[in-house]
Design a protein around this ligand. Structure first.
Ligand code: FES
Length: 227
C-alpha cells in the first residue's frame, strides 16, 4: 500500500461516495408557507375576477327594476305655451332623461306637439305605429305621412290609411306654470302601457262556407272588362 501511494505515475483514487455533497434538507415550514401564500393569492384573484364579472351581470338583471320607478316619473319641459300657436302642429326635440352622456345625439328625441286651443294639447311620438319610421306633418293637407310604407294619420293622430293598425302614440302631458310638460321617461307605446283600444283591423274567424262560382257577383271592374 505504501508503495502504491508513493508511485507518482498512478492517478490518485478518489472515493466519490465519501466526497459527494450531502443533500441539504430544506426546512419544512418554508415550503408550506409558500404553498399557503399561493393558495390564498389564487383565492383572492378568483374573488376579484368573480366580482368583476358579477357587476355587469347584476346590473343587467337588476337595472330595469331599479331604473323603472325613477325614469317613469320624469316630466320634461317642452317650453312655454307661447311657443305653440293655437291650431298649429310643431316639431319639438327633447333630451331623453334616461340617456347617458356618451349617447350623443341619439339621446335627442323629436315629437309632434299639436295645440288645439287654449290648454288643449296633443303630443305625438314621431314614430309611425306600423314599423316606427318618423312621420312628417303636412300642414296644408293636415296629415301626418309616413315615408316608409305610405301610412297616413289625421291631425288628431288617428289612422287615416296605410298599413298602421292604429293611430300615433301619444305622450301624457300636463301644463304647469305656463309650460308644457310631457311624461318622457318611457315611450308611449303599447309595450309601456296597457292599451284598452283594440286595433282597427281584427281578423275574426268566420264559419267556413262554400260558395258556388256562379253565386259570386262580378265586381265593377270585371263587368267593365267583360262588356
Ligand atoms: Fe310607417 Fe310602415 S313604418 S307605414
Amino acid at each position: 500500500m505504501e508503495q502504491d501511494a508513493m508511485n507518482p505515475s498512478e492517478p490518485p483514487v478518489i472515493n466519490h461516495q465519501e466526497t459527494a455533497a450531502e443533500p441539504v434538507a430544506k426546512p419544512k415550514g418554508a415550503g408550506d408557507s409558500r404553498r399557503i401564500f399561493l393558495f390564498k393569492l389564487s383565492l383572492a384573484l378568483n374573488g376579484v375576477v368573480g366580482a368583476v364579472l358579477a357587476v355587469p351581470i347584476l346590473g343587467y338583471l337588476l337595472g330595469p327594476a331599479l331604473k323603472k320607478k325613477s325614469s317613469e316619473s320624469f316630466w320634461i319641459n317642452l317650453g312655454p305655451l307661447a311657443d305653440f300657436p293655437e291650431g298649429e302642429t310643431r316639431l319639438v326635440n327633447f333630451r331623453n332623461p334616461i340617456t347617458t352622456t356618451w349617447d350623443g345625439q341619439t339621446g335627442d328625441i323629436p315629437c309632434w306637439v299639436r295645440r288645439i286651443s287654449g290648454n288643449d294639447f296633443q303630443v305625438f311620438a314621431i314614430n309611425c305605429a306600423h314599423l316606427g319610421c318618423p312621420v312628417r306633418w303636412f300642414a296644408q293637407s293636415k296629415l301626418f305621412m309616413c315615408p316608409c310604407h305610405g301610412g297616413a294619420y289625421y291631425q288628431d293622430g288617428s289612422r287615416a290609411s296605410g298599413p298602421p293598425e292604429r293611430g300615433l302614440f301619444e305622450y301624457d302631458h300636463r301644463i304647469t306654470a305656463g309650460n308644457l310638460f310631457i311624461s318622457a321617461g318611457k315611450m308611449p307605446t303599447l309595450a309601456a302601457r296597457n292599451c284598452s283600444k283594440p286595433p282597427l283591423t281584427q281578423i275574426q274567424s268566420l264559419p267556413s262556407t262554400t260558395i258556388a262560382a256562379n253565386e259570386i257577383e262580378p265586381s265593377e271592374g270585371l263587368k267593365l272588362r267583360n262588356s
